[in-house]
Design a protein around this ligand. Sequence first.
Ligand SMILES: [Zn+2]
Length: 287
Amino acid sequence: MVAQRLHTATQPHELHLEVAGQRGARCPCPQCGALCPAHGFTEKRWRHLNFCQHECWVTASVPRVKCREYGAHPVEVPWARKGSAFTLLLEQAALALVREMPVLAAARLMDITDTRLWRIVRYYPDQAVVRLELSAVRAIGLDETACKRGHHYVTAFVDMVAIAELTKEGLDTMTIWKPKEKLPWIRKARSPRAALWRITHCLKYAGALVGDTPRLEPVRGTLATLKTHTRHVMQRWTSTHTNARLEGLNGLFQSARARTRGYRSAGTFIAMTYLIGSPACSRLRST
Ligand SMILES: [Zn+2]
């Protein structure tokens, strides 16, 4: 490192670290690795992790090597990948953040644009996928999953052998998707009478499917609850109130759940729901 300067004219202040290679040193060609003489320099700049509360930038005169075989190329620097305007450490921090929070929130927190953050987020999985070794895969399963509103779907492919090994004991749970699919059918009943008939039918059907499989005990519990409270469920068809508004808040609850992952208790979940969803918390100030 040859110089460091703190720019106080900008808000937040910027710390600039200047790095330079030794003049006259030979550098490896990025194509073939041969040590070649430098042939001119290009000034480059990378955003690095903040230093205290200051934005930190690394600048360097990157040598261009002139290789006999591959011609002139700028050398690759060890602190950033080719073509990126960020250091590897900053990219690592960005990836850690987006695992925990929405990309937009992470972009705001890091003070970089969401487009640039997405470029980082998309780069690494692409690289990982290219390196997947799939020649041993013998059977695949596939399913469509909605990726946004409207009919936009992503097809998910699963290695059936690997997943069977992972879920050897959990496959019982696959049988209960059928009764679950029947729930919308109950909901669409036109009259209380039709609803009652559909609920009874569904209970019988699900009960037979579930049988006495030990792992499906929770499902048996749910079915018993539905049976006990059928009369209350029926009120949906006679009351003028619906849960539609609350169901609209499902997205909020999902975000709160995602953010309390690993620390989940009713208390943390409620606190996070208030924090991200209640107008009460928009008035909070840290000072
Ligand atoms: Zn070369």
